[in-house]
Design a protein around this ligand. Sequence first.
Ligand code: IPD
Ligand code: CA
Ligand code: CA
Ligand code: CA
Length: 262
Amino acid sequence: MSNNDWDFIANKAENIVREAAQLIKHSLQTELIVEYKSNPNDLVTEMDRKIEAFFCEQITNEFPKHYILGEEGTGKDLNTLDGTVWIIDPIDGTTNFVHQQRHFAISVGIYEDGVGKVGIIYDVMADELYLALENKGAYLNGVQLPMLKEAKVSEALIALNSGWILKDERLKDLVSKCRGTRAYGAAAIEMASVAANRIDGYISLNLSPWDFAAGAILIKEVGAVISTIDGKELDLLNNSSLCVAKNGLYQELQNDFLNKKG
Ligand code: IPD
Ligand code: CA
Ligand code: CA
Ligand code: CA
């Protein structure tokens, strides 16, 4: 596919995201049906499913040959990234959506043969749309985000869920040595916040491909580093841990905290 094709696809994707956001905003005026999946803290609403269905309908109409992988079940048997694949989280931060009616995002990463081409993260209530195009930069509401400068642990704000800190000694050590931690409750917003230079890094012990598919493209376009916490490349078809950070900080996290030798 040529660059023009990708501009066209990115434009379509942005339009679908914006339409989906309107549907979500509308739904806030009525009472939501909330259920839980694996446990009482794993919420899902009718809107998570409706928005994923909306994406499927729009993508299938416009691009019948593209594949879709979504949190609410679309493409659950997909076992290859061959071709063009849209990896979608219809609402990232469902708990925030239910409890706070804000701080949630729509996240869409479009990959071709496993290579990230277009990443969109839309923080719906803040009206902040992050768009990344492979080798063409990352943009926040149309303004290009500058390349990120180096950072170090002692001066870093790192996004980290408190649950992970309780479970992992390496993270306790990190918390005691970094400048501060934040937890926004939406992985896509946490990654976008690194890209926008609002925080310096983000660590999670377990995420799904739809949580990081768009963010990974954004992060690369601003010159930061992304991998699993073991420093391995992310797998877009399986769950994994995540370590995202500015240069310098990333190496320090890997060498002195996450994969310390001896
Ligand atoms: C969740 C959020 C949360 C992260 C969880 C994800 P969801 O996504 O991104 O911040 O800690 O691991 O599952 O379920 O709200 O789309
Ligand atoms: Ca979920
Ligand atoms: Ca998610
Ligand atoms: Ca979700």
